[in-house]
Structure formats: structure tokens, C-alpha cells
Ligand binder design. Structure first.
Ligand SMILES: [Zn+2]
Length: 87
């Protein structure tokens, strides 16, 4: 199990799942960052639509849970652009 699969399991734990309203990818931003990862970085996505990384070879994006009491209410919760994941 890779790190992100492990985190997914952790987020789906019934003790915490109800407090997590969305997922937010966090990319390492530098000149090697993939365009897709740069685009989704920091956005909020519905849990239902979310696809966990890695999105491409060498992907360094991780997933941050969006907690229902601790999030930026000005940011929309979007549908994850799964169709744009790099092939
Ligand atoms: Zn990536």
C-alpha cells in the first residue's frame, strides 16, 4: 500500500469520515511540478469525485482532508477533474 492509499484508508475511518467534508490535493510546487498537479493544488474536491494520487510517474502530490470546522468557506468545493489526469 503506498502512502496515499494508506491515507485514504485513514480518512475513511468511521471515527473521522463524518468530519471530513472534502479532499484537497497538496502538490510540491517547483519547476518540475506537473501542470495537472499545479492546477488542482489547494482546491477542494468532493469526496465522491476524488481520485487519489499518484497522477503520473514521479507524482509528489499528497491529499489533505478538509475538516468541516476548519476550512476556507470562500473556496468552492468542486468536482475533481478526473478526465484531465495525465495519461
Ligand atoms: Zn503530480
Amino acid at each position: 500500500m503506498n502512502m496515499n492509499q494508506w491515507r485514504k484508508k485513514e480518512f475513511e475511518d468511521p471515527d473521522v469520515a463524518d468530519d471530513i467534508i472534502a479532499y484537497s490535493p497538496s502538490a510540491v510546487i517547483d519547476r518540475n511540478t506537473n501542470d495537472f498537479c499545479r492546477r488542482i493544488d489547494g482546491h477542494y474536491y468532493t469526496k465522491k469525485s476524488f481520485v487519489f494520487p499518484p497522477y503520473h510517474d514521479g507524482c509528489r502530490t499528497i491529499v489533505v482532508p478538509v475538516h468541516k470546522y476548519l476550512y476556507d468557506k470562500n473556496k468552492p468545493i468542486e468536482i475533481f477533474p478526473a478526465k484531465d489526469i495525465p495519461k
